[in-house]
Ligand binder design. Structure first.
Ligand SMILES: Cc1ncc(COP(=O)(O)O)c(C=O)c1O
Length: 382
């Protein structure tokens, strides 16, 4: 080890390494984008699942609006003082009691979403019977076709009517997520998808206005559309989630640079299979995830780029090429790499999709100014 090397020897692998400087830069970039468009950044904490990271993303503003993907996240972040929380996954009836208890316990508001009449009725009935109230947004399909009602559909007005008619429900507005932004690596094309996303959700809000519902929340966003949007007129807030860490998937689409990727997996070389032409690392499918989204625009991404543990520079052409549960296989074409990566050596893997990779770990090892300075817990599960 050289004097200036980061000392990774004391930690067990595989583990997550989070680069504090890159994280801070990414957080500022998206706070600045939102400020430039005069919209709120309702950061989606599904990726980071950590209050220490959330504080950086919200610039330490305890009144900041946040988005979550599980009720466990809602409980966790509200216990740290966040009060304006959007649970951005369609609600189901077996979760109403937990939402009501959480609102009561932490005096927080959990905004729920739905795109259908049965769930609107179900929420209204639960709230009425139990003497509680729920805030709702209606989910709009702006082209992804995963979920949501079309902005020009009758269904939008039908769902809105049920929510609006209930005294126990506050219909706060509309939300959309243009997941189809992941289909392109062309910034012009993504900007057009962002415009489609914007126009769809604003149209939905206009139609609600015609029936007497004033949308306080008109919410859109994914990391690619927020990064590329030219105009956000009519939008009140944007939601993006993967931007704090970025990953090969975003890098391949040109949404971030190589030096912006803040999350990596530290792994150890546990074997050499010289005849078979690969080495083995202790980061397998559970440690990296089997998400291969980055391969679309980075055909050699494999299950992650294999990088120098110190510099995070990629070893010449090296990727994780195959996975079993706890083993990662790295095909090696140039035998010199076996010498550069002897058994016991540590390396870092830049993942395909940070959200999925991070999900396997209880915490982050924080890397700051060349040292590991903290261990930040994550809130996994539902
Ligand atoms: C409803 C919703 N909003 C926002 C996001 C954030 O998008 P991204 O991961 O591109 O930042 C997601 C991602 O899955 C989502 O499902």
């Amino acid at each position: 080890m050289n004097d200036n090397d980061i000392d990774f020897t004391a930690i067990e692998t595989p583990c997550l390494i989070l680069d504090r400087e890159r994280l801070g830069k990414n957080a500022k970039r998206f706070l600045d984008i939102a400020k430039g468009h005069k919209v709120a950044l309702r950061t989606h904490l599904k990726t980071v699942k950590s209050v220490a990271v959330a504080k950086i993303l919200t610039d330490n503003d305890p009144t900041a609006k946040i988005t979550v993907s599980t009720l466990l996240e809602a409980e966790y972040f509200s216990s740290y003082g966040f009060k304006d929380i959007l649970y951005a996954v369609g609600i189901g009836p077996n979760k109403f009691a937990r939402v009501a208890a959480l609102q009561n316990r932490h005096a927080a508001r959990i905004m729920l979403i739905t795109d259908n009449v049965p769930m609107a009725h179900s929420a209204a009935a639960f709230a009425g019977i139990h003497g509680v109230s729920f805030d709702f947004l209606i989910e709009i399909d702006s082209g992804d076709h995963r979920s949501g009602v079309l902005p020009d559909s009758d269904s939008l007005l039908e769902v809105a009517q049920v929510l609006h008619d209930s005294k126990a429900i506050n219909l706060c507005g509309v939300l959309t997520h243009a997941g189809q932004s992941y289909s392109s690596n062309d910034k012009q094309a993504i900007a057009e998808i962002a415009e489609h996303e914007r126009a769809a959700v604003v149209m939905a809000a206009d139609r609600l206005m015609d029936m007497g519902v004033n949308s306080q929340v008109i919410s859109m966003g994914s990391t690619p559309t927020v990064a590329c949007a030219r105009d956000l007129t009519g939008i009140t807030e944007v939601r993006c989630g993967v931007y704090p860490f970025f990953d090969l998937d975003q890098y391949g689409r040109g949404i971030c640079g190589y030096e912006d990727m803040a999350l990596s997996v530290l792994a150890t070389v546990t074997g050499h299979q010289r005849e078979a032409g690969h080495l083995i690392i202790d980061a397998g499918g559970l440690a990296l995830s089997k998400d291969i989204s980055a391969q679309r625009f980075l055909p050699d991404a494999g299950y992650g780029y294999v990088c120098n543990a110190q510099s995070l520079e990629r070893y010449l052409g090296l990727s994780v090429t195959a996975l079993s549960q706890e083993h990662g296989k790295v095909a090696v074409r140039d035998a010199v790499l076996f010498d550069q990566l002897p058994i016991g050596a540590q390396l870092r893997v830049l993942p395909n999709h940070a959200c999925f990779t991070a999900a396997a770990y209880p915490d982050y090892q924080l890397l700051e100014r060349g040292e590991l300075t903290a261990c930040w817990p994550r809130v996994n599960g539902w």
